[in-house]
Structure formats: structure tokens, C-alpha cells
Design a protein around this ligand. Sequence first.
Ligand SMILES: C[S@@+](CC[C@H](N)C(=O)[O-])C[C@H]1O[C@@H](n2cnc3c(N)ncnc32)[C@H](O)[C@@H]1O
Length: 204
Amino acid sequence: MSEHYFTESPSSEAKSRELNLELAGRAVTVETVSGTFSPTRLDLGTAVLLRHLPQPPAGDILDLGCGWGPIALHTALDAQSAEVAVRVWALDVNSRSLETTAANARRLGLETINTVTAADVPEDLQFAAIRSNPPIRIGKEALHELLETWLPRLAPGGQADLVVSKNLGADSLQKWIAGMLGDGYSVTRTGSSKGFRVLTIERG
Ligand SMILES: C[S@@+](CC[C@H](N)C(=O)[O-])C[C@H]1O[C@@H](n2cnc3c(N)ncnc32)[C@H](O)[C@@H]1O
């Protein structure tokens, strides 16, 4: 049986490859590996999100479900160019994803990226920004649990940006997030491109 990209410890043979792409306006070469999400190219939804993201705010930024790291790498590169002090928490359940993101951060000399599992994140830490192409395929219940865990950890004034395929329920997810977070947050669709929605959550 083939493994899911969200397997904690992939057992299939790890086949690495290099991808040349542009992140935060810079031509870079990164490593990807089989057994992680979208190892052959930058995912289309992630590309939509990266084009949409504002300059990162200073502080702690969460890449929720980092895969091989495109969102964390883009954020750290963008912060470096703008001379904004960030600490990027690249979080995943998949050990191979975490190793690959860490290798990519080293390759690009980005010391602001911290690769972590949920247990490594201090309980009282709040995030100035949360960025994610969330793992819709883990199922509705698990996805809701994941978002319920992390979205309330936005700091006051913080902003989360999520990209979700329209066909995979972006509009109903937007309503569910608004209901789950309640007063004190706004949840709006701020982008729509190539079948993907960007949902932006702001904490007042
Ligand atoms: C759609 S992929 C996006 C990967 C990467 N950010 C990208 O844009 O290419 C979602 C990621 O979430 C991870 N994931 C699944 N369940 C998770 C959980 N409970 N906690 C953290 N990450 C999880 C998966 O392993 C996967 O890497």
C-alpha cells in the first residue's frame, strides 16, 4: 500500500531530488524527498499562497504542516530581505518532512527556521502569523482538531493565511473556522486563484 504524505515515519525508500525554483523573489535550489507532500514540484495551492502572503511581521511565525519547507523557506527569505527579525516554526508530523525542511534551511543559510513537532512548541507561545497549506486529506475531524489547536494561538493583532482548494471545501471550512473562533477574529476570503482560496484570519 502506498504511504500517505502525513505518515509520521515513512518506511518507503527515500528518493531525493533537487528542485530549482523561485522563493521570495530569489532563485534557489532545494531538496525534496519521496514520502513527503508534492516532492516533484511546488504545489499549485502553495504557489497561490506564496504569491499572496504579506511581508512577514516580526516575531514567531508558524508554518503549520511544513512538508519539505516551501512556506517556511519563503517566509525566512522574505524576512531576511526585509531585515525583519523572525523565528519560523516549521511544524510537521512527518519526520522525513522535518529532516528535509531542516536540510533546506541549512542549504540556504537560514538560521531562523526551527523544525519541530507539536510537542516541541512551548505551550504559552503565541504567533504573530500562521501560514499553512493545511492537510485536508487527513479528514475533516482531524483537520478541525488541528486548526482548533493552532489557530487560537495567534497573538492579538496576528494574521493567519491558509490556502484551500475550492473543490476540497474551502467555503465550508471558512464558515467552520469563523464559528470555531467566534468573536474577536475575522475570517475572510482574501484571494481566489486557479481553484484555490486564500482564507485570512485576523485576531483583533
Ligand atoms: C498539504 S501539505 C503542505 C506541505 C507544505 N507546507 C507545502 O506547502 O508543500 C500538509 C502537511 O501537513 C502535515 N500534517 C499532517 N497532519 C499534521 C498534523 N497533525 N500536525 C502537523 N502537520 C501535519 C503533512 O505531513 C504535510 O506535510
